[in-house]
Structure formats: structure tokens, C-alpha cells
Design a protein around this ligand. Structure first.
Ligand SMILES: [Zn+2]
Length: 371
């Protein structure tokens, strides 16, 4: 039997297997079939030479908005994922329990990219920008959300809630409590957006091990940094308790200075995600490799940024058995990258420009063994 595809001559980075070395990768029947130092071309139907390139697990973006045509945030997933090495993308709560069936039928099922989703605690989901989806507590139906999650384990991750004053009005952390109620009924994690106007310690106190804080480097107020530039103790203790911190770059939620200050103190995010939506796909986010490149500039190694966008991301969405690594026998979701040297301008969401000297650029995206 011949392999379908052989990726020959590249450097494999698979943090889940502590692998960062020259290896050939063979794919057969949509699965990883072999990773060896030298696999002969004669054993494969198609050989792709990837000399001087990096071969990694397909990227897993745990925060984006892809409910195109139903919410103003929604982008089409395939065009941005299949050109970026992203093989799994997670919608962070655009659908509600009420609009989830349409998401499954018209967005997730037809896509080449694996699309999963959090279900928003608000019954109206994320419809369009200015709507504060939890100004009214009666919009939340924890029972309905839990039922949707339990009936659709394969396509769903957990419960989404946004905890900024713009989204919750005077309701404080009540929406988060309702989200946790739904998550406990269904046995899933919560992803909580943090923003200005709700004290962060109040939010962190409620988060459970395995829950995800997204927009961890936001700088609009009530951030993880206090007015002396120090990471607040509640953030350290939440992390110790097993709360996961995710970037969720977005259009307003990644402040370079917050990331830099936090990282200087050793507070590095567990996961790097984009929060891609219509308001940032043409800059400053563009795609996940661009976001990863920003963290190369902030001092992380290539291995670290790949770890935070593959196995660590898969763990955050509790899919580490299936994706985020290149173990033999798992689905062949693979990315090939060039690491380009030069001078590259990057922007955070507050107009701060910084210049990096390396940029990751996807060369190939393989999903389920298909180029
Ligand atoms: Zn978002």
C-alpha cells in the first residue's frame, strides 16, 4: 500500500510529542501514517518537498466568529482557514440555542474546515455590534443551552458569555452565573469574554478549572494589569486553579502594552486565538499566523507559539484526543509554514505599531489528509 501524501524534508514541530526535528510525514486514508527520519518517495503517490519549512499540526483557533449571513460579525471560515494552516476554528458564541440548528446546517456541515462552536448564554446570541445581549437577564435560558449542548456534543464546546458593561448593563456577573449554571447541567466549560465595566476579580472568582478567559490581554479597563502595571493576584490564583487564559485578539481586545507587561512578569497566555470577525479580518488580525507572529515578537519561541495554537488550544476545547498533534493514527490535519525574515509592521487594537523581524506564513493546509 502506498501513502497518499508524503511531506518530505521539513522540520516537524509537534509540541504534544516533544518533537522539533527533521522528519518526513506520511499520510494515508486521511490519517497520519508515519513520522520518520527518511521515508522514500517511492512509497507515496504524491510527494511534497518542504525543505526549509516547518510542518506542524493543523492550527486550532478557539475564538472566531463565522456565522456569516446571520450575524454582522460572521466571516466565511474556509477562505481564511485553508490559506492559514487553520484546520479547526471555533465560533465563540455567535449562535444561541435558538439559532444553533442553522449554524450546523448552513455553516459547520458544508465547510472544509472543522467548525465547532460555543453556544451563547443569551438566547439572541451575538447578532450585531451594538446589541448588549445580556442587558436583560431573561434572555438567558440555561436549560435550553444545556439541552442544545447535550444533544450536539460533537459540534459544540461549551457556553459563551461576555462580561463587559456594554454587554451586561447593570447585571454585573449574573450572566456569568447563568452561563456556569448551563455549563454545569451539560458538563462543559465556559468561555468568558472580559472587558471594561465589570471588576475582573469578581469574574475570576467564579471561573472553574478548565473554563477559559478570553481577551486576556485586553486593555480597555478592568484588565489583568493594575494601575502600577502589575498582574493582579486574582489572575495568578485563577491560573493556579486551572483557569485557561486565551488571547482572543479581536478588534479591541489586544493591547500590546498589557501583553508585554504581563509577559515580563511571566504571565503568558495558555492559548493564542484570533477572535477573527468582519471588523478585523482586513487588519489588525488578518489570520492566526499573523497573531502568532506578534507573539514571536513578544519573545515566545516558534515552538511555544505552535504549542499555544495546537495542543494547548485543543486541550482548552477538550478535543486533545482528536486534534492538535500528529500522533500516528489521528486525523491528518497538518500545516506547513515558512518563517520569513525581514521587517514586518504589526498593530495591536489600540493603534500601537511594532516591528517584528519574523513572520509565519502558511504554505500548505491539509485537512483530513486532503491538500
Ligand atoms: Zn469574539
Amino acid at each position: 500500500m502506498k501513502y497518499d501524501i508524503l511531506l518530505k524534508g521539513g522540520t516537524v514541530i509537534d509540541p504534544a510529542q516533544q518533537l522539533h526535528d527533521a522528519r518526513d510525514v506520511a499520510i494515508a486514508d486521511g490519517k497520519i501514517a508515519a513520522i520518520e527520519k527518511d521515508i522514500s518517495e517511492t512509497r507515496a503517490k504524491q510527494t511534497v518537498f518542504v525543505k526549509d519549512k516547518y510542518v506542524t499540526p493543523g492550527l486550532v483557533d478557539i475564538h472566531a466568529h463565522v456565522y456569516a449571513g446571520v450575524t454582522t460579525w460572521g466571516i466565511k471560515a474556509d477562505p481564511v482557514c485553508t490559506t492559514a494552516g487553520t484546520t479547526t476554528i471555533v465560533d465563540a458564541g455567535s449562535p444561541s440555542w435558538a439559532t444553533f440548528p442553522g449554524f450546523q446546517e448552513f455553516i459547520a456541515q458544508p465547510a472544509r474546515t472543522q467548525i465547532l462552536t460555543y453556544i451563547h448564554i443569551s438566547g439572541i446570541g451575538l447578532v450585531y455590534g451594538p446589541v448588549g445581549e445580556m442587558h436583560e437577564l431573561e434572555y438567558a435560558h440555561p436549560g435550553k443551552v444545556a439541552e442544545t449542548l447535550m444533544q450536539n456534543r460533537e459540534g459544540t464546546i461549551g457556553v459563551k458569555v461576555r462580561q463587559g458593561r456594554a454587554q451586561v448593563g447593570d447585571n454585573g456577573v449574573e450572566p456569568l452565573k447563568l452561563a456556569i449554571q448551563a455549563a454545569e447541567l451539560a458538563g462543559t466549560p465556559v468561555m468568558c469574554h472580559i472587558g471594561a465595566g465589570v471588576p475582573l476579580p469578581d469574574v475570576l472568582k467564579l471561573m472553574r478549572p478548565g473554563d477559559v478567559i478570553t481577551h486576556c490581554f485586553q486593555g480597555r479597563g478592568d484588565s489583568i494589569i493594575d494601575d502600577k502595571g502589575r498582574v493582579i493576584p486574582e489572575a495568578w490564583s485563577a491560573r493556579e486553579d486551572g483557569v485557561i487564559f486565551d488571547v482572543g485578539h479581536g478588534a479591541g481586545s489586544f493591547r500590546y502594552e498589557v501583553a508585554q507587561r504581563a509577559m515580563e512578569q511571566g504571565f503568558v497566555s495558555d492559548v493564542i486565538s484570533t477572535d477573527l470577525h468582519t471588523g478585523n479580518i482586513n487588519g489588525p488580525v488578518y489570520d492566526l499566523p499573523t497573531t502568532l507572529s506578534k507573539f514571536l515578537h513578544l519573545g515566545l519561541s516558534l515552538g511555544e507559539v505552535i504549542e499555544k495554537s495546537t495542543i494547548a488550544a485543543a486541550k482548552a476545547i477538550q478535543r486533545e484526543d482528536e486534534i492538535g498533534h500528529l500522533k500516528i493514527g489521528t486525523v491528518a490535519d497538518v500545516a506547513v509554514f515558512d518563517l520569513i525574515e525581514g521587517e514586518f509592521e504589526f498593530f495591536d487594537t489600540h493603534g500601537t505599531k511594532f516591528v517584528g523581524n519574523q513572520k509565519l506564513k502558511a504554505d500548505l493546509t491539509i485537512r483530513q489528509g486532503k491538500l
